[in-house]
Design a protein around this ligand. Sequence first.
Ligand code: AGP
Length: 615
Amino acid sequence: MCGIVGAIGATDCTPFLLQGLRTLEYRGYDSAGLAVLDNGLQRARAKGRVAELEARVAEQQLQGQVGIAHTRWATHGVPAEHNAHPHVSAGLAVVHNGIIENYEALREKLQALGYAFTSDTDTETIAHLIHACLNGELDGEAPSADLFSAVQCAVAYLQGAYALAVISEDETDTLIVARQGSPLMLGVAEDGHYAASDASALLSVTKRMMYLENGDVARLTRDAIYLKDVSGQPVERDIVTSSLSANAVELGEFSHYMQKEIFEQPQALGNTLEMISGAGKLEPGIFGAEAAEVFQQVDSVLIIACGTSSYAGMTARYWVEQVAGLPCNVEIASEYRYRVSVANPRQLVVVISQSGETADTFAALEHAKAQGHTHTLAICNVPESAIVRETALRFITRAGPEIGVASTKAFTTQLSALFLLTLLLAKAHQRLDEADEKAYLDELRHLPVAVKNVLALEPSIKAWSRHFANKHHALFLGRGRHYPIALEGALKLKEISYIHAEAYPAGELKHGPLALVDAEMPVVVVAPNDELLEKLKANMQEVSARGGQLYVFADGGSQVTSSEGVNVLQMPEHYGLLSPVLHVVALQLLSYHVALVKGTDVDKPRNLAKSVTVE
Ligand code: AGP
């Protein structure tokens, strides 16, 4: 979603700001803007891509040692130049991530004071609020002494989530930032100070970062950072050295980030599973110091997540119930957070999120805690994220930065983490003997190689993609633990190729969706050689009998043969409980190649954002 960068240094900061925005492009946006201090406040904005903003910046010859910039993903108001950030009020400018829930009331209040609005956004209210604080126009308050105090004054009026960066032509040596709910971090470098909503945007200048806490307001000058916390007390935050490397977010030899990330999966799985590489047995400590005790105490599992992460949870449900023998429910975060449910204090609440910043998942976690849940665990790819900081236990997947909007390596590494969790719960409940534990660990260790073997099937999958590119609809079928994989395959296809795709448990076909099947309908079948294969074959017959075109991902030994209307791709040997990890890789490749044939924007599909930081 929206992205923020800001800088204050001794040289022109526009190259950094533009580079930062390019780094944040992956998060999804529809307009961009930049403001610098150079003989007053100068601003450039453009609808569309950062490249268009760059052209405007060059045309207007903008430069300055203090500046802020933004990519906007429209919420309040259409994607248009007049809605793009920064928003200004007289000589001050603001960029903002998040949503101000009470913006309508604030807008009316400010209009009554004579402020004229030029956009439809909630952000413009913040700019005018700061201005009104500086002038002492609000509720009898004294004029704020400086920009820092004015931002403190203004944020006290805001309800909702925000990360802010503010500059003013009246204070040319200051950059003010603040956060509540939306992420914001500072970069501490030799030549100045920087701010961004995502660590990757700071890597071109520094790896030394300071993460702001909710309620913090900070003043950045060239050589100092001054911070006040939510209670208005001066505070210091630690500087940490980021483990991210700048080339981890570069495309290298690949055409798209999604392609790069699909092919990085053996490495990502290897890194995530590194802690078990030489281990003869599993230790609960990999989920946190108190995990051993908690895993013994819990009597059930509740998994909460959104999108692809929720499908990882749905797959894990089959594992947890079968292997650990514990009841397991999976909830969509945006539903759970508003549902009246019955909390079980002995339940383990597992939140899954690649980014760790998904607003609904974060709110659902808070909701679970408010309902009386005490055992919380996060499975996340970003160690410093908000969700990780809010749970008692955690497992950090080591997928590396995922830039493509379509989640790939984050999903398979989540699955590997969930399988580890399953084994540990099974051990804690005396459901796993030593021999089985060793056998499962061996399978996990071999997983990167098994995934490599699926990646080798790319040429055949690519050949299939041409059959899908002119279709408007597709069905995905799976059974058991591969039903969530069918859901994930359908999500991948719809999000990057814009083909309407739906997934069903194959047994449901004749309860409705079979009516859609005709010669124009490609039906993708996830067909592992497991205990449900014979049932699945019967479901495939139902499709064939109606002229449907089958595209079957069958394991070696499945004995499904190609014939008229039945296309079969032979996957490697069946991989037991971990087979979903292999089958999803094949579906990722299918959707990637269909999108290539269709010519869609694979990494930045329309209307979508990488981190969904608003509800
Ligand atoms: C899937 O390709 C999407 N990127 C989306 O469904 C994603 O998984 C969802 O928004 C949840 O994100 P999170 O894992 O960062 O919480």
